[in-house]
Design a protein around this ligand. Structure first.
Ligand SMILES: [Zn+2]
Length: 102
């Protein structure tokens, strides 16, 4: 796996691991995570920013009140592997539930 690590590091233009005071190492678990994410990435993948910008529409769509212009499947796909966007979705849902209580 070290050979693959070096190849990915080279492709990403990453310097060799500088030790405990340097950048986070591109170690084997990080490489495996990167490769897993690359394997599930679609050609029409949405960015986190694009997902964030349509989360309110996505929540409306989940509740049967709106339309994401066909992006709901792409948003759902992105949410299946992006913890940051899932956190944003949960925060939005909690905020909407709190607002509905008043
Ligand atoms: Zn995301």
């Amino acid at each position: 796996m070290a050979h693959l690590t070096d190849k990915i590091r080279t492709l990403l233009g990453e310097p060799a691991y500088a030790g405990p005071l340097g950048e986070a190492p591109l170690d084997d678990p990080a490489c495996e995570r990167l490769l897993r994410l690359l394997s599930i990435t679609r050609d029409d993948e949405l960015s986190c920013e694009a997902v964030f910008n349509c989360l309110d529409e996505y929540v409306d769509c989940l509740e049967g009140r709106g339309d994401t212009a066909g992006r709901d499947l792409l948003v759902a796909h992105h949410l299946s592997f992006c913890a940051d966007c899932r956190d944003e979705l949960v925060a939005l849902i909690h905020a909407l539930e709190s607002a509905a209580d008043y």
